[in-house]
Write a protein that binds this ligand. Structure first.
Ligand SMILES: Cc1cc2nc3c(=O)[nH]c(=O)nc-3n(C[C@H](O)[C@H](O)[C@H](O)COP(=O)(O)O)c2cc1C
Length: 103
């Protein structure tokens, strides 16, 4: 892993703090996507959320002291039998609108 580690640290060293944060947040969203898919496969619902008060999450979870900050939160749990939203139609872009195939 030394080669990969050196490449990653070399790239990060050239970025300012805001760019590092943006990069790290994107890495987090890769994990989030995998988490949501894996959870769905075992029958667990998830609810990805932004729009929360980041500073409060950092404080409550003691993230700042660890040099961390929240970028997204994702509750997970078993679906309630009376969840009226569960049976609503899903709203999704057509695959052709979000996936481009090149020969
Ligand atoms: C408090 C709250 C905040 C949310 N914030 C976001 C958000 O920032 N971005 C987003 O894409 N969805 C957000 N959602 C939407 C849900 O996580 C979820 O994607 C949405 O209910 C549609 O899911 P579905 O199409 O799989 O049923 C939020 C939902 C709640 C309840």
């Amino acid at each position: 892993m030394d080669g990969l580690r050196g490449m990653m640290l070399g790239s990060l060293a050239q970025m300012d703090e805001a760019a590092v944060h943006t990069w790290a947040a994107k890495q987090c969203y890769i994990a989030l996507g995998n988490f949501m898919t894996a959870a769905a496969l075992v029958g667990i619902d998830t609810c990805p959320m932004e729009g929360f008060v980041r500073e409060k999450f950092d404080e409550i979870l003691d993230l700042s002291a660890q040099g961390l900050t929240a970028v997204v939160c994702c509750p997970a749990g078993y679906r309630a039998a009376d969840d009226k939203y569960a049976s609503m139609a899903k709203i999704r872009w057509d695959k052709s609108a979000v996936v481009e195939h090149r020969a």
